[in-house]
Design a protein. Sequence first.
Length: 320
Amino acid sequence: MSILRGDEKEPICSVIIPSYNRRRLLSEAVASVLNQAWAGHLEIIIVDDGSTDDTPDYLAKLTQATATRTQAAPASNCAVTTLRIPHCGMPGAVRNRGVEIARGEYIAFLDSDDLWLSSKLAAQLTLHRAHPQLVLSHTREHWLRGKRIIKQPADEYPKHGDVFTAALEKCMIGPSTAMVKRNVFEQIGGFREDIQVAEDYEFWLRLTATHEVGFLSEPLIIKRAGHSAAEGEQLSERYGRIEFFRLRALAAFLSVAHLPPDLLRLAHNAWRDKCLIYAAGRAKRNDPDEAAALVLLADQPPGPGDPLPQALELLAQDID
C-alpha cells in the first residue's frame, strides 16, 4: 500500500475507486476527483484488483506526486492511497477493501470507467449537511456510449425517500453517483463478495429496506460504456442476461433479509415477476426446460438462511 498525503486533517469523504486493467480510463477518473470544486479535505483510495497492464506503473507515479490535476500536482487537501490486491474479479470485494482503510465520515464510489463532474462532491455534501438524517444520496447520470450520449428513460419510480419498491425493480442507484455514511455502510455489512454482477443491486436492497435516500436531479457523473475490452471490459456486457444476475442477487438478498410483512410481500412479488419474465425470455429462445424451471421457481422464493436455489445454480453454469 502506498500513500501520498496532503495535510493530515481527517477527510470528510473517502472516494473509493476500484480498477482492473483500465490504465487510461482510471487516470481520467482520478483527475475528475482531483478537479472537484469542493475545497474541503478528502481522500482517494484506489484499489487495484491485480491489474496486468501498466496500471501499477501509473499508481507508482501517482504516489510520487507526478499525477496531474489539469497538469498540476494533487491538491494539498487530498490524500491519495493506492492498494493492490490479488486479482479476484469481484467488484464488491474490491470496493470493500477500500472502505476498510477509509477514514472519511462519508464514502463515495467511482467506477474507474466513469467520471465525476466538478460540482458533484460539493452538491452531495451540501445535501447531506442540510439533511443530516440522510445516510445515502445519489444523483442523475449522463450516459455516454463511445462518443454518443444515450437518452435516459423517463423516471417510473421515485428516486428519493422510500425507494425500496424501485430498488426491487432495477438497480436504480448508480455506484458512481452514490455517497453513503461510512458507519451505516459498515453496519449493513458492505457489498457481498460472492456476487460478480449485480452486487450493487443487492446492496441497495439491504440499505433501502431500512433507510430513506436523497437524490439530486442534476446529472453529476458521466457513465461511460462501449469502450474496448483492452480498456477494461464491463462485466455486465461480458455476460449479458442482466436480469438473470439481478434474480440471483435478489435470491442472495432474500437469504439474509429479515423483512417486515409488507416489505416481504413486495420482495416476493418482485421475485415472482422476475422469474416469470425471465422464463418467458428463455421460452422465446427455445429453452423450454429452463423456462419450466423458472416458472416453478416463481412460487418458491428463498428465505433467510436458504442456499441459492438449485435451478439458479444450473442456469449459472450455462453462463459461467
